[in-house]
Design a protein around this ligand. Sequence first.
Ligand code: HEC
Ligand code: HEC
Ligand code: HEC
Length: 139
Amino acid sequence: MLRRIFLTIAILGCYYNTASGASVSGLSLDPQSMECVSCHESSISAATGQACHMGSCEHPVAADYASLSLKNPGLVRPASLNPAIKLENNRMGCLSCHIPYSKANHELLSAVRKNASGPDPMLALDNTLSKLCTSCHKK
Ligand code: HEC
Ligand code: HEC
Ligand code: HEC
């Protein structure tokens, strides 16, 4: 029995380690974000808990949005967030800014994103005029 529990822990530990290259098991990252970083290893810094884009780690993920927004008056209250902005257990994740992963159309959307000049189809909200950003950050 104990042996089985230890084996399970070992397997889970291994999964989390390989998911991001470095271990992200210290972060409270939701399963869907874990899925993203299993392919996009360089999109997260386990050390700082930040999302990384184009090589720079610039935005907190896995942080508790609900408690941050209590302390920070520059943030929209959770109850008033646009429903497209997803929090998981009050925490931010990749899906706070991105649409969920779908095997069926992910690479197609990626190609559209590269070739079209319109809104980025892989974002949870159109970010023209920083609308994605200002849906959490009050001006
Ligand atoms: C099974 C592996 C896999 C998973 C899971 C996955 N992606 Fe991707 N993603 C890819 C591949 C492959 C591409 C295409 C890369 C390319 O076009 O050069 C891509 C492209 C992208 C792009 C466009 C990048 C570009 O350069 O145009 C974004 C944004 C993105 N993914 C975000 C995410 C997010 C956010 C998640 C989780 C919600 C996620 N991906 C989950 C494999 C994955
Ligand atoms: C605070 C909002 C935000 C969060 C959180 C966020 N992203 Fe992004 N992401 C963006 C925006 C905006 C872009 C488009 C940047 C651009 O095209 O200028 C982007 C672009 C990307 C790209 C394509 C560009 C690149 O750097 O290769 C990938 C891949 C990506 N995100 C993955 C992720 C993953 C995986 C997570 C979760 C660990 C995540 N993002 C979390 C806002 C976010
Ligand atoms: C899901 C809500 C949400 C979205 C969407 C969002 N942010 Fe944030 N952002 C936060 C929170 C929460 C913090 C942490 C604030 C704090 O510590 O008080 C933060 C912090 C920041 C910081 C400070 C850096 C740091 O590490 O503390 C910058 C800069 C920033 N965001 C820019 C952006 C930009 C640009 C966008 C649009 C691409 C964006 N944010 C979208 C919630 C969001």
